[in-house]
Design a protein around this ligand. Structure first.
Ligand code: UGA
Ligand code: MN
Length: 254
């Protein structure tokens, strides 16, 4: 089966570094199709070039998040959901191209700043309905994970809203493409309560706990990490400008 990866991405100083690192991981994974959706009015030259250079199978899309759903820079990072319309655009592409891509496929929502072991892709590749596994460095814990008893997922190890139907991070599950095609309305929304994006999507696929396939050694191993890239300060640019009337060369892409 092909692994389809849906990756929302947005413009920021660290974007090229994050996408470069992720693309180099993906170059080591066989049989994937990377769907990258920019949160922008237009596709950027930077992302276009970067994707082309990877040699990966990819689809490049874009959709802008409306201003009212965007976070202000002072907002705490959990205030508004991110990547909602972009993931939906990726889903729509898959549903509209259901005959051209290989029918046997698995879908994974892979944010552009996480850290992925190669093994996680092989764990998810043979997903019947939905696979789940632990995610490291998330939820203000060392990890969150599905709780497994006798080979069955029975609940969630998390400190935050454990009563959610699927109390799991976006990086912690993959689903069979057939299910995505069978339930064409399943998707994400800017209107749902905080923390309910994953539950909204998985419930939309009519899944229940007993459908979930625990991977990563019965959910006892961390193979993906919810890393976040530190915001780089550019404060010396202004200092150089003040002192010499000239800072770094804007034509050098970072
Ligand atoms: C956490 C979850 O792991 C995400 O899956 C979830 O989308 C997000 O919270 C949320 O609050 O909605 P976190 O690391 O806090 O992730 O979020 P980011 O990595 O900043 O954003 C998630 C994805 O959306 C990234 O791929 C990012 O590039 C993209 N994004 C972010 C946009 O497309 N537009 C934005 O304005 C911000
Ligand atoms: Mn992130």
């Amino acid at each position: 089966p092909v692994i389809y990866l849906i990756t929302p991405t947005h413009s920021r100083a660290e974007q090229k570094a994050d996408i470069t690192r992720m693309s180099h991981t993906l170059k080591l994974v066989p049989n994937i199709h990377w769907i990258v959706i920019e949160d922008s009015e237009q596709k950027s030259d930077m992302v276009s070039r970067l994707l082309e250079q990877t040699g990966l199978n990819y689809t490049h899309l874009n959709v802008l998040t409306p201003q009212k759903f965007k976070m202000a820079s002072k907002d705490p990072n959990w205030l508004k959901p991110r990547g909602v319309l972009q993931r939906n655009a990726g889903l729509e592409w898959l549903r509209n191209h259901k005959n051209s891509p290989a029918k046997k496929g698995v879908l994974y929502f892979a944010d552009d700043d996480n850290t992925y072991s190669l093994q996680i892709f092989e764990e998810m590749r043979f997903t019947q309905k939905a696979s789940v596994w632990p995610v490291g460095l998330v939820g203000y814990l060392r990890y969150e994970r599905p709780i497994v008893e006798k080979g069955q997922v029975v609940g969630w190890f998390t400190a935050w809203k454990p009563d959610r139907p699927f109390a799991i991070d976006m990086a912690g599950f993959a689903v069979n493409l057939q299910l995505v095609l069978k339930y064409p309305k399943a998707g994400f929304s800017n209107e749902v309560r905080r923390g309910y994006q994953e539950s909204t999507f998985l419930s939309g696929l009519q899944l229940t706990l007993s459908d979930l396939e625990p991977k990563a050694n019965m959910c006892s191993e961390v193979l993906v990490w919810h890393t976040r890239t530190e915001k780089s300060s550019m404060e010396n640019e202004a200092k150089l400008m003040k002192k010499f009337g000239k800072a770094s060369n804007p034509n050098i892409e970072v």
